[in-house]
Design a binder for this molecule. Structure first.
Ligand code: AMP
Ligand code: MG
Length: 322
């Protein structure tokens, strides 16, 4: 039965860890709010999170790790990042840092950006689940996108219950306020989201003032909201039914292959979850073919398709001048 609330004991956490490895979604408590977790290295599992939350796929997810060792495999940590980790992990501080070239964390987690948000939760159940799963966990708040965050297992069940394989119940969460999100990508550090750790405490550790979102400019703070976002080098031509042999093609569903510079079908079976999981990686592959134009065949405007189309429109939008 989906959405089953179970006590967060040793046996159920072990079961949940296996489910995560099998690609399922598991809701679990953290010190901030309940999270909806999936194997961050499994693109289809990550796509299911976006579907379950009704979350636009240009809004990247936080990756939960056990600590520094696991973080170093996924992200490039500056000296400031290391100092903050030493001071606040485990705890409600999320750091946005460049992705390593070798990480196997799904690109969908990063919404196609070259960065990744990392956090190490300070909750025994979250940590036990990370240990059992042997995987970094992509885990946004366990609520429908736009709803208030869930701070009790019952809230999770009411909001997205049917989408989680299991809900680990450990009573109300301690902080109930989301983690503080700080970007340490390049240039000045930016407070992307105020949260459970006050900005002043962070500024004290890095000996530098955090830029506020208004000061940092849109391109830094909310990349996903720009009209043009993760634009590949090639132009995108949407809703294409035909193409020239010189174009690269991103197909969806039962499309027969015609001559093209490069051709990738993101889901031959017409499965939007599979398509979402393949989207960003495919755009990169087709861009690398050297074609000037990428023709994209129509994708239905329903379920995850709405988000995929939104994302494609951003990628196709006229480029903004830096
Ligand atoms: P939630 O999904 O509720 O846990 O919120 C996660 C927050 O972290 C959202 O505001 C995301 O936009 C932000 N975030 C996650 N990854 C990144 C990233 N790579 N760059 C910028 N912001 C990020
Ligand atoms: Mg949220």
């Amino acid at each position: 039965m989906l959405g089953r609330i179970v006590p967060a004991n040793k046996e159920w956490i072990a079961e949940a860890g296996q489910m995560i490895r099998a690609g399922a979604l598991v809701a679990f408590p953290t010190e901030t709010v309940y999270g909806l977790g999936a194997d961050a290295t499994n693109g289809e599992a990550v796509a299911r999170i976006f579907e379950a939350k009704g979350r636009p796929i240009f809004n990247p997810l936080i990756v939960h790790v056990l600590g520094l060792e696991q973080a170093l495999i996924i992200g490039v940590l500056s000296p400031a990042a290391r100092r903050l980790i030493e001071a606040f992990w485990p705890g409600p501080l999320t750091l946005v840092v460049p992705r390593t070239e070798t990480t196997d964390v799904s690109q969908l987690v990063s919404a196609g950006l070259p960065t990744v948000a990392l956090r190490s939760p300070d909750h025994p159940v979250a940590r036990a689940l990370l240990a059992e799963a042997h995987r970094p966990l992509a885990a946004p708040s366990a609520n429908r996108s736009g709803h208030v965050s869930a701070t009790r297992a019952e809230h999770v069940a009411a909001d997205i219950g049917g989408k989680a394989a299991l809900i680990l119940d450990d009573g109300p969460t301690k902080l109930g306020l989301e983690s503080t999100v700080v970007s340490l990508v390049d240039g000045a550090p930016v407070l992307l989201r105020p949260g459970a750790i006050p900005a002043e405490a962070i500024e004290e550790v890095i000996g530098e003032r955090l830029l506020r979102r208004e000061e940092a400019g849109d391109h830094l703070t909310s990349p996903g909201q720009l009209a043009s976002h993760y634009a590949p080098r090639a132009r995108l031509r949407l809703n294409a039914y035909e193409w020239k042999p010189s174009e690269a093609v991103m197909a969806f569903g039962a499309i027969s292959e015609q001559p093209a510079r490069a051709f990738v079908n993101i889901s031959e079976g017409g499965d939007l979850i599979e398509a979402a999981a393949n989207l960003f990686a495919t755009l990169r592959t087709l861009d690398a073919s050297g074609a000037d134009s990428i023709a994209v065949t129509p994708i239905p405007q329903k379920g995850l398709g709405e988000a995929i189309n939104d994302r494609l429109r951003r990628a196709a939008a006229p480029r903004e001048q830096p």
